[in-house]
Design a protein around this ligand. Structure first.
Ligand code: MTE
Ligand code: MO
Length: 467
């Protein structure tokens, strides 16, 4: 193919509807994507937003595009190249992520735009309360700028009455409560699953999980103020919407069951503090939902609106993502209506230290890690093996005392054990048991699913023993 004709950006810009053909650029290449419009998985309207211009700012919003198979697919539609004079860098003003906050350089970045990052395991395992700058960050969209003085939470009450609460209203009118809770993304440890067979999603290691002491007001107090009463039999849902939006104005959203939101045991918080300070921007400043024991995705950040509905949140992330499927289901056969939204997470654990591939001293080895289970089911035991799971020892756990059924925080654990003389390599394994005696599956293959969620098999770390 080629040499290709050269075009100016202005010429490309004239092709922005199916009648004039739809052209886009990526780097210096020009593509005619008219025939792809109806094939776009995200729908025709979204791809048309890029018509006549560069794909980069859109791919910056939806980083899922910036992958080899997408670039290969695009190549089929190439019709030309930009004139060399046209190749000045796009101005930062075009970048919807230009206003994102600065981040800690220790984080391992899985995706820059939107920002998704996790701390190295060795740092994660060092703190029972994760320092906010190391706390994993999972954003689907640009971080919104919220002026705390202008901030207003809308709570739609029964009979069409809407409460509008400023940050001060929330802080003054409702008692403050604090909860130590671990937050885990459904995709934590996805990389282990993708080694079995490729999955779609960010390639998280073991650190898309972190713990904080959250301070704020009970969601149930706010809902009661809006006019709701506890209804243990209710099948309704409490829906949350964030202030972060995509280019079409669609906000991030999720929901939890109404009975959970109203339950005095569920400790659902509207949090304005993290480890005793105001929420950082990446974690939802000025207000987020914290649903202890429930998958990260329902812990809506930059909370803008709450309403109660007979239906779950209509959000893409509630209905068409964050669900588990059989290993036999693929992208051609998946039907998202057939599986429940992930809410409580299963029991998991991981080794944070030593890191994979490390060389450890002979004589004695110290292994450290975390263990956690959803639904307030505390971890009651962690077993560690140095020989790939043939023999096991019980690790020592540290954590915060929390009432049974409300064990929202993880346990950090540690085991120091002799290295059998003559051993040159260790296959270190951990597995946890929760209060319901749930255990982790021994391998990830049988729980593989196309989206790579709920990856919670035994965790292995292989290391070399120094001579
Ligand atoms: N809330 C909003 N408004 N926007 C988001 O992108 N991501 C969700 C959840 N709440 C998200 C959100 C997901 S999938 C996770 S795992 C957690 O936030 C991550 O929270 P963190 O970034 O504070 O660790
Ligand atoms: Mo997540």
């Amino acid at each position: 193919l080629g040499p290709f004709p050269l075009y100016t950006r202005e010429e490309v810009g004239r092709h922005r509807s199916p009648e004039q053909r739809v052209w886009v650029t990526h780097g210096r290449e020009v593509f005619d994507i008219t025939d792809f419009l109806d094939l776009h998985p995200g729908g025709r309207s979204k791809i048309l937003l890029a018509a006549g211009g560069a794909l980069e700012p859109f791919w910056a919003l939806y980083a899922v595009h910036n992958q080899a198979h997408v670039r290969d697919l695009l190549r089929e539609y190439k019709v030309g190249e930009l004139h060399p004079e046209e190749l000045t860098a796009p101005a930062a003003a075009d970048d919807p992520y230009a206003g994102d906050p600065p981040r800690h350089p220790a984080l391992h970045v899985n995706s820059l735009k939107p920002f998704n990052a996790e701390p190295p395991g060795e740092l994660l395992g060092e703190h029972f309360l994760t320092p906010p700058e190391l706390f994993f960050k999972r954003n689907h969209l640009p971080v919104p700028h919220v002026d705390p003085d202008a901030y207003c939470l809308k709570v739609e009450g029964p009979g069409g009455r809407t409460l509008s609460l400023s940050l001060q209203d929330l802080q003054r009118r409702f008692p403050k409560h604090e909860v130590t809770a671990t937050l885990q993304c459904a995709g934590n440890r996805r990389s282990e699953m993708s080694r079995v067979r490729p999955v779609r999603g960010l390639d998280w290691g073991i650190s898309a999980i972190s713990t904080a002491r959250w301070g704020g007001v009970w969601l149930r107090d706010v809902l009661a103020d809006a006019g709701f009463a506890e209804e243990p039999e209710s099948q309704r849902h409490v829906c949350f919407e964030g202030l972060d939006q995509d280019l079409t104005g669609t906000a991030y959203g999720a929901s939890i069951p109404f009975y959970q939101a109203m339950s005095a045991r569920a400790d659902v918080l509207l949090a304005y503090e993290m480890n005793g300070a105001a929420l950082p921007r990446d974690h939802g400043f000025p207000l987020r939902v914290v649903v202890p024991g429930t998958v990260g995705a329902r812990n809506v950040k930059w909370l803008g609106r709450i309403w109660v509905s007979a239906e779950e949140s209509p959000s893409h992330w509630q209905r068409n993502d964050y669900k588990g499927f059989s290993p036999g289901v693929d992208w051609d056969t998946v039907d998202y209506t057939t599986a429940p939204a992930i809410q409580e997470l299963p029991v998991t654990s991981a080794i944070t230290d030593p890191p994979p591939g490390a060389t450890v001293a002979s004589g004695e080895v110290t292994v450290k890690g975390y263990a956690w289970s959803g639904g307030g089911r505390g971890v009651v035991r962690v077993d560690v093996s140095l020989d790939g799971g043939h023999t096991w020892q019980v690790a020592e756990m540290q954590g915060e005392q929390q009432p049974p059924g409300q064990v929202w925080a993880w346990k950090l654990w540690q085991l120091t054990a002799p290295v059998p003389p003559g051993t040159t390599e260790l296959d270190i394994v951990c597995k946890a048991v929760d209060a319901s005696y749930n255990v982790q599956p021994d391998t990830v293959g049988p729980i593989w699913n196309l989206r790579g969620v709920l990856s919670h098999a035994w965790h292995h770390v292989r290391v070399t023993v120094a001579e």
